[in-house]
Design a protein around this ligand. Structure first.
Ligand SMILES: NC(=O)c1ccc[n+]([C@@H]2O[C@H](COP(=O)([O-])OP(=O)(O)OC[C@H]3O[C@@H](n4cnc5c(N)ncnc54)[C@H](O)[C@@H]3O)[C@@H](O)[C@H]2O)c1
Length: 270
């Protein structure tokens, strides 16, 4: 028996990284899963591997029509929608403000925010009637960058801080019928990619030299987790064991919040 038996979820950006791990974990927990994925090759591969357990729609979270199509196709195939996971995101590769040309900032901001923030708003709006019907829930993927400096550049950090506000506002607005929560993962080696506006759309985090070592050095728990290791909190928030939880954000980042003033970790004498 799985934690999500009989549940139906829709996960954005399910073609790679944590989204892909979530699709597989939700299916393993007994759920049926719709996916909205912009990369057609990843969408096809996912449908081929997971077959009837998934309903994959190719499109962008930045389009309301694509979000609405993903909701409609998921409900047509699986009959209901219990959880919408607003997960798709893009990255600014830590680019500091001073390294942007002035006339580049607007386009980079629009491109990043349209996926990381507007994508979540459009998706929740598209899913809302079905979530109200099922008394369902929303889960946002935030990041350590929603809480601390240096987890990205100013655009990415602003987008993830914006999601912290959205979780609170939407949890307030949608109670008592729909719960709204989030998971804030730390770093992981994924295909997280950049922006056309800065020429980094072909770059991915997985290409970054020394990422594993860096993550182990900067986290109190000395971890460089795989996407699969971040899935548990999403399963918990989507399950009936969380029916009294809304407006909550689970920080699962190796302990960035307890790095300490004098050193990254304690551990003396252990
Ligand atoms: N990788 C990390 O270190 C890390 C850390 C914390 C939070 N996150 C967050 O996790 C989420 C997933 O990122 P990931 O690291 O798994 O990246 P990823 O690139 O491996 O996976 C994201 C998927 O989303 C898809 N996608 C991108 N733009 C889209 C759009 N407009 N519409 C639909 N699909 C789109 C991509 O094609 C990709 O398949 C993001 O919100 C990211 O900010 C990542």
């Amino acid at each position: 028996m799985g934690w999500l038996d009989g549940k139906v979820a829709l996960i954005t950006g399910g073609g790679a990284g944590i989204g892909r791990a979530l699709v597989e974990r939700f299916v393993a927990e007994g759920a049926k899963v719709g996916v909205l994925e912009v990369n057609a090759g990843r969408a096809e591969e996912l449908a081929a591997v997971l077959g009837d357990s998934v309903c994959v729609v190719t499109g962008s979270v930045a389009s309301f029509a694509d979000n609405a199509a993903a909701v409609q196709r998921t409900v047509e195939k699986f009959g209901r929608l219990d959880t919408f996971v607003a997960n798709a995101g893009v990255f600014d590769f830590f680019q500091p403000l001073a390294q942007y040309e002035g006339d580049q900032i607007g386009a980079a901001f629009d491109e990043l925010m349209s996926v990381n923030v507007k994508g979540g708003l459009l998706g929740v709006r598209a899913a809302l009637p079905e979530l109200v019907r099922s008394r369902g829930s929303v889960i946002f993927t935030i990041s350590n960058a929603g809480f601390y400096a240096g987890g990205g550049g100013p655009l990415y950090t602003a987008s993830k801080h914006a999601l912290v506000g959205l979780v609170k506002q939407l949890a307030h607005e949608l109670a008592p019928k729909v719960r709204v929560n989030a998971v804030a993962p730390g770093g992981m080696k994924t295909e997280l990619s950049g922006l056309s506006a800065t020429g980094t759309s072909g770059q991915s985090l997985s290409q970054m030299d020394g990422l594993d070592t860096l993550l182990k050095d900067i986290t109190p728990l000395q971890v460089s987790p795989m996407p699969e290791q971040y899935c548990g909190p999403y399963v918990l928030l989507a399950s009936d064991d969380s029916v009294v939880t809304t407006g909550a954000i689970i920080n699962t980042d190796g302990g960035f919040g307890v790095r300490g003033i004098t050193g990254v970790r304690g551990g003396e004498g252990l």
